[in-house]
Design a protein around this ligand. Structure first.
Ligand SMILES: Nc1ncnc2c1ncn2[C@@H]1O[C@H](COP(=O)(O)OP(=O)(O)OP(=O)(O)O)[C@@H](O)[C@H]1O
Ligand SMILES: [Mg+2]
Length: 242
């Protein structure tokens, strides 16, 4: 059984034949755990994310207990519409357990992602960090916590006057009033160096009218904790040959 939810019935022909459209597209944006491709439909360029095919055990969980990643990303996309590329559809294939699920959204014509200012010495990185901080502050003020705020999930477009940000990979979100600690911790997946992160945290503290030194130290501490944990995990995996 196929379950679908569409933003508009115009997309029905695409949803009905998503497997074919997806297979025929040769514009691959990413082919790793999930596969992401561009698909042109009625002269509109869309991005289709095909989530990793589920085995029977995960299929069971996602059929009876948990909402699929496509389901959550679509629902959350509707909820945070101005912060993410427009969602168009979710498609879930139950046979009878969930196997495949797709998310379709509009393509955001990004010029680069957050890796450019963080790791590639973008000439305007200070300005980008400050504008990015305003964007995250806006998310937080709207009770939105993106739990996978990594550089590749932050798309950036350069406009004439400013930079425009969109978040993707939005299947892991929390909607709640955020504490100070949650706010500071939200930056710990950026893999930023201390100078860059301190600038971001300082900017945030000023916007939110917080004690700057306290907030910067808190955020730097969380960042270090995360880096140490990840590096340890990698070492263990390497030792075990995984
Ligand atoms: N709506 C979009 N508009 C433009 N580019 C996009 C869009 N969605 C995804 N992309 C591009 O595809 C890349 C991968 O997308 P995404 O982050 O959703 O997948 P992923 O990182 O493989 O997912 P996961 O972390 O769940 O494995 C992004 O870094 C971006 O370059
Ligand atoms: Mg991603």
């Amino acid at each position: 059984m196929i379950k679908q939810q569409l933003i508009h019935s115009d997309y029905q022909p695409l949803a009905n034949e998503i497997e074919r459209y997806f297979a025929q597209s040769s514009t691959i944006l990413q082919d790793d755990r999930n596969t992401i491709k561009e698909v042109v439909f009625n002269n509109e360029t869309l991005v289709v994310k095909s989530y990793k095919r589920l085995g029977w055990f995960r299929g069971l969980i996602y059929t009876y207990w948990k909402k699929s990643k496509a389901w959550r990303a679509y629902e959350y996309g509707l909820k945070i519409a101005k912060f993410t590329p427009k969602v168009v559809a979710r498609i879930e294939n139950f046979e009878p357990l969930l196997t495949k699920n797709y998310l379709i959204c509009c393509k955001f014509e990004a010029d680069f992602n957050m890796q450019a200012p963080l790791f590639k010495n973008h000439p305007n990185k200070q300005t980008i960090f400050k504008e990015f901080t305003k964007f995250v502050y806006q998310l937080h003020q709207n009770n939105i916590l993106h739990q996978d705020l990594s550089p590749g999930n932050i798309l950036i477009k350069k406009n004439q006057q400013d930079y425009e940000f969109k978040i993707i990979d939005i299947n892991r979100m929390h909607f709640k009033t955020l504490s100070l600690k949650e706010r500071a911790k939200n930056f710990n997946k950026l893999w930023a160096n201390d100078d860059d992160l301190a600038l971001i945290l300082r900017t945030y503290a000023k916007l939110a009218d917080l004690d700057v030194d306290y907030f910067v130290n808190l955020g730097l501490g969380y960042n270090q904790q995360n880096k140490t944990r990840k590096i340890r995990k990698r070492k263990i995996k390497k030792m075990l040959g995984l």
